[in-house]
Each structure stands twice: as C-alpha cells, then as structure tokens.
Design a protein around this ligand. Structure first.
Ligand code: RP5
Length: 181
C-alpha cells in the first residue's frame, strides 16, 4: 500500500544521498610523511565539494594493500586516483598497472635528491601504462586535473572549473591593477 511506497521512496532517497557522498576521487600516498604535500589536493576537492577519500598505500611496504586498492577502486565508484610518492616512487605506476582508471602522480620532494628522483620515477613510465604526472609537490594541480576528468562526464564539474579559472584570472588582474597604481 501507500506506506510500502513511502519506504521504497525513502530507500531510494537514501541511496541517492549515499551515492552523492561516495568518493569519486581516491587520494593515496606512500607514507604519512607525504601528507603535508598531499593535503593541498584534499583542500581543492573540499573547495569544489567533490567527495573523495584519502589514505596511505605504499607500493614497497604494503604491496598487497596496494594491489587490493588498485583492483577495487573502480568497483567502489572511484573515477580517478591521485597517487603521491617520493624516492623510488613506484606507487602511481604500479597502481596504474592494476586499474583502467586514470592515475595522476604527484612526485613528492624527498630530502636527498630534491624530488627529481620522484619526478623521474613517476614521469618515465614505460609504454602501455600512462601516469599523468604533475610538477614536484604540486598536488593542487593533481586535484584540479582530476576535477577536469570528472567534467568529461558530469558538466557541473566543468562549470565549477570554468568559475575557478575566471576567479583566478580576476585575482591576478586585481593584483596587476594594484601594482600599477
Ligand atoms: C615513499 O618514501 C613515500 O611516498 C615517502 O615520500 C618516502 C619516504 O617515506 P618515509 O620514510 O618518510 O615513511 O614511499
């Protein structure tokens, strides 16, 4: 009867609410020492109100967790993975090898080689398994790129990105004006 319908409607509502909160972007990093760099990506996704998850997955120290994460991500509704790592930074490439999702790599600057080790480890992926590599420590751009990817199938993210770019442009023009005066 009527109440049965209402229950169905409320379950549907709950499912919609749940789907809205289900993470679309997965942020992973090799170590908690990467967090100061990777937190900028979290901030951007928060700013754009995009549901995301963030955790530690290490290619070298937790290889089994890494493969599980990479294999499961698409089934959980994740659309893009941001992976930050330093040193012999295998995480983004290995995750990309085990998922068809786009993977964005953030080279994290370590203490000895200024992040060039991480950059080369991530950007020099052999043919067949791409990793979109952003600048050293630039997790902001990793998040912005992930949002552009979401914009391919959901125009609300495209609109938000256009607004972001306009605001950024206005801010620079404002600074230029102030400098000129
Ligand atoms: C990598 O080794 C991590 O991504 C981190 O950048 C680097 C150092 O890790 P810790 O020794 O600080 O845990 O796996």
């Amino acid at each position: 009867g009527n109440s049965e319908e209402q229950v169905k409607v409320s379950i549907a509502d709950q499912m919609i609410e749940h789907a809205k909160k289900a993470p679309l972007v997965g942020i992973i990093m090799g170590s908690d020492s990467d967090l100061p760099v990777m937190s900028a990506a979290c901030k951007i996704l928060e700013q754009f109100e995009i549901p995301f998850e963030v955790t530690i997955v290490s290619a070298h120290r937790t290889p089994h967790r890494m493969s599980e994460y990479a294999i499961e991500a698409s089934h959980r509704g994740i659309k893009a993975i941001i992976a930050g790592a330093g040193g012999a930074a295998h995480l983004p490439g290995m995750v990309a090898a085990m998922t068809a999702l786009p993977v964005i790599g953030v080279p994290v600057k370590g203490s000895t080689l200024d992040g060039v080790d991480s950059l080369h480890s991530i950007v020099q992926m052999p043919r067949g398994v791409p990793v979109a590599t952003v600048a050293i420590n630039n997790s902001t751009n990793a998040a912005l790129l992930a949002i552009r990817m979401l914009g391919i199938y959901d125009s609300q993210y495209l609109t938000k990105m256009q607004e972001f770019l306009l605001k950024q442009e206005e801010e620079v023009l404002e600074k230029a004006k102030r400098l000129e005066n």
